[in-house]
Design a protein around this ligand. Structure first.
Ligand code: URA
Length: 181
């Protein structure tokens, strides 16, 4: 398939100027993917929150710190972290279908260029986009494939903050992702 973007810099330029949906009007800035260009594992969240909107970096708020601490405690440092939607939805509401559709070409281009071996989908928005399954509880028990990558589904770290009983399962799934590399 012909690539619309040749490299991450091209994609990021387009994301920064994107007005394909209305989210840019409410956000301070776009939040670009971040991490190793050669990462074998790509981590995909839903959309930026308040802290991400402020800093322009993905997963840097409370949930992000839980994710990043878990990754580093497991020695999983070479990752690329991004979101389905690149601008923060107002009041952290879930992104709408049309917003996900408008933004999807960027995630698809990131996957085409980075060619990760594993994609770890965090939460229901990433899960549904990458697997077609809406229920995390169903998807978390299975493996999927998306554009040549193996997709594993995990709870969103914000869900772990709300329900710490899920922490073990969350960590186990990240261990499984590491073991699949
Ligand atoms: N939640 C997400 O899904 N993504 C972020 O970048 C931050 C919080």
């Amino acid at each position: 398939m012909k690539l619309k973007y040749n490299n991450l810099e091209n994609i990021n330029e387009e994301i920064k100027n994107c007005k394909k949906c209305e989210l840019w009007k409410y956000a301070k800035q776009a939040v670009l993917g971040e991490g190793e260009k050669n990462a074998k594992i790509m981590i995909v969240g839903e959309a930026p929150g308040a802290e991400e909107d402020k800093t322009g970096k993905p997963f840097v708020g409370r949930a992000g710190r839980l994710l990043r601490n878990t990754l580093s405690s497991l020695g999983l440092e070479e990752t690329y972290i991004t979101n389905v939607v690149k601008h923060r939805p107002p009041n952290n509401r879930k992104p709408k279908k049309a917003e996900i559709k408008a933004c999807s070409e960027f995630l698809i281009a990131e996957i085409q260029i980075l060619k990760p071996k594993i994609i770890l989908a965090l939460g229901s928005t990433a899960c549904e986009f990458l697997t077609g399954e809406r229920k995390i509880k169903v998807a978390i028990e299975k493996d999927y494939e998306f554009m040549g990558a193996k997709v594993l589904v995990n709870y969103h770290p914000a869900a772990i903050l709300r329900n710490p009983n899920l922490l073990n399962k969350f960590v186990e799934k990240i261990k499984q992702a590491k073991a699949s590399l």
